[in-house]
Design a protein around this ligand. Sequence first.
Ligand code: MN
Ligand code: MN
Length: 302
Amino acid sequence: MHHDNHEYDYEKLKEVGKISYEALQYAKGLVKAGASVLEVCEKAEEFIRGKGMVPAFPVNLSINEGAAHYTATINDQLRFSDKDLVKVDLGARSGDVLGDCAVCVDLSGKYGKLIETAEQTLESALSKVRAGAELNSIGREVEQLAKRNGFQPIRNLGGHAIEREELHASIFIPNYDNGDTTKLEEGQVVAIETFITTGEGSVTDSDIVQIFQKTGAASTRSPETRKMAESIDNQYKTYPFAIRWLSKEFASEFGIRKALNELNSFGVIESFPALVERSRGIVAQAEKEVIVEKDSCTVVTK
Ligand code: MN
Ligand code: MN
């Protein structure tokens, strides 16, 4: 049992959840056909900072067959179109307490049923969340409802425990019955997130990589790399950051990537490529962060 001592400040968690939810509503309102992806990312991140917190990770705006981990590039020229299904996934952080929630915006008017299915499967999964619930039973619920509506759940994306300092901790909460009978524990903090698609139901890495995380120390002799490592340590610690964030301080993307590559050679960089549905199906997502209670759960991102 690795959750004997959660050591969670639940009051702080609820504050982080509230700001995360407010930022999600704010960002959702900015997603319109013709709007700049870069501007929506930066405004949503600014909103969180304006509340005295920081983004727990770069704001993700994944479009259509994009499932997760797309954040605006430096000088991103991409604009939303009236054919898009947009996933907004974000969270606030205060100290080591992390928020995580997501919602869809349908700019096409075509994906109502898909989005509704993502939301229904999330609510259905949440109704199963309680101390003692087995992870695969939550997944089974999601899978059955998704298929009944004519869609597939994405098998290699799902919910996760959230620990202090760690967004994707210990457990994976599947969107299908993967046979994992691990039980949820009272007091555990988890993100329940369902991904539903018109495609086959799995995601793969794209060649777009904008989000990274520094996981340890490296003793490089290159002054440029050392300067960037120090800046990451000071500002983002071991939390995810975007190339775009570093560009405020380090002008060239080439230089930033060169330094990241060098740090990567020390094994202290984790990268998060933008994920796309393998068969290029359209993907909808819904996510809330909750505290597992004895007989139910309490949503904190509200
Ligand atoms: Mn998320
Ligand atoms: Mn999540």
